[in-house]
Design a protein around this ligand. Structure first.
Ligand SMILES: [Zn+2]
Length: 429
């Protein structure tokens, strides 16, 4: 509902600048409400709490969350409708599917209110970076979003032109020149292609928003230089449309603490410095609450929580291994996907993909740049063997003309073909 969406946007738009203590109070209030709702209405969480000897009153603040076991993507698949609130009318909800390019896609159900709120959080991250309704935005996106524009877009309130990610870079550039957007939003892999074809063209963009894929420092520089505007990276997922976003200072990602709780977990414990799995608790979707949900990305928290921009939303330092699969070695040890390649291995190539075909077998596909195959082999061999440590692995590296995106059009540079559950079981043996 368009009015509700605007109401939410109006209500939350200035939260990033509000007093931190008040924001924490708001977050904890929303958390308590969500925990009570999930325990009383969602069979999966009712059982999970009972099994863990927990009652809703035990979870008062974000600091208490550690007592609740983590929910995995596999739980969503195996539990099915037991993840849904028994109070909702499913035919009044909106269902979205995660891309699940190598595993099973799974459904995420939003009640209408949550759907509008989620969209408002997405819009807020743009507004925090200079976007306004009277500015033009060109978004390169999956064709399904083009056939299904939102009411706001149809009414011209959210001036957006949607272009298919499957169009050629030349065609996308033609549309940018014709539409003259103030803002451009696309996956880094699409922008990388545009940057390669854009030399000498002036687009007059104010800012470029990137989403959904890992944005490397090298890509960011190339996009900024060739397309001529600052890049603002946004972090979200199908489950949580917006989780965190960059501001003009680029000191990290401001976490939407009025909508989600983000934890970085390593060896089962929340860390306040270093890398770990990103675990998210949603504070607004009553149809399908997700509490301590391991989203599948790896994040880094630096201990520096404040940004010099003055906004009080705390910082997640960086997102690493985003949308990549988890890599579990034959010994059961998990490695940070980003450790499989180094800055050195990325230099002098155009693109790459690492596929873990068997626990001990990695296939690397590389689109060559100006570096020789011998040098490319050497650098990938070095980084993968270093990451594998004591695990013995085989590596096959070959040059390819181009690397295809997955079905959703996203480009993922690290893929594991191994069924994660069986690997975990093997690891426990
Ligand atoms: Zn900032």
């Amino acid at each position: 509902m368009i009015l509700r969406k605007l109401y939410f946007l109006f209500k939350i738009i200035n939260n990033p600048k509000k007093d931190e203590v008040r924001l924490k109070e708001l977050q904890n209030r929303k958390l308590r409400k969500m925990i009570r709702h999930a325990y009383n209405n969602v069979p999966y969480y009712h059982e999970l709490f009972d099994k863990s000897g927990l009652k809703p009153k035990d979870i008062r603040t974000a600091e208490d969350l550690g007592r609740i076991p983590i929910t995995e993507k596999e739980d969503l698949i195996s539990m099915g409708d037991l993840m849904l609130s028994q109070k909702i009318k499913i035919n009044r909800c909106r269902t979205r599917f995660t891309s699940g390019s190598t595993g099973n896609p799974h459904k995420i159900v939003f009640d209408r209110v949550a759907d509008d709120y989620g969209h408002a959080t997405d819009l807020r991250s743009l507004f925090q970076n200079g976007y306004k309704f009277n500015k033009r935005l060109l978004e390169v996106t999956h064709p399904r979003h083009i056939s299904n524009p939102t009411i706001m877009q149809r009414l011209g309130l959210h001036r957006t032109k949607l272009v298919s990610i499957f169009d050629s870079p030349e065609e996308i550039i033609r549309q940018i020149i014709e539409y003259k957007p103030h803002f451009l939003k696309a996956y880094p892999s699409v922008l990388r292609m545009l940057a390669d074809k854009a030399s000498g063209k002036v687009f007059g963009l104010e800012k470029i928003f990137t989403t959904s894929e890992l944005l490397s420092g090298a890509d960011r520089n190339r996009i900024v230089n060739r397309l001529g505007a600052d890049v603002i990276d946004l972090y979200g997922s199908v489950e949580f449309p917006r989780i965190a976003w960059e501001c003009e200072k680029h000191e990290g990602y401001h976490i939407d603490i009025d909508s989600v709780i983000v934890e970085v977990i390593r060896d089962g414990k929340t860390v306040h410095e270093g890398t770990g799995d990103i675990v998210v608790t949603g504070l607004y979707n009553k149809a399908m609450p997700l509490i301590r949900y391991r989203i599948g990305d790896i994040g880094m928290i630096s201990g520096k929580e404040r940004c010099s921009c003055g906004r009080s939303f705390p910082l997640l330092h960086s997102i690493r291994g985003r949308c990549n699969d988890r890599i579990i070695l034959p010994s059961g040890r998990e490695v940070d996907p980003i450790a499989l390649y180094s800055a050195e291995s990325l230099f002098g190539i155009k693109s790459f993909r690492i596929i873990q075909e068997k626990p001990d077998f990695f296939k690397v596909e590389v689109v060559k740049g100006n570096k020789s195959m011998a040098e490319i082999r050497q650098s990938f061999n070095k980084s993968i063997r270093k990451a594998a440590g004591k695990d013995k692995v085989r590596i096959a590296i070959r040059a390819v003309k181009h690397i295809k995106s997955d079905r959703s059009g996203k480009f993922r540079c690290i893929i594991s073909m191994i069924n994660k559950r069986s690997t975990k079981k093997e690891a426990r043996k």
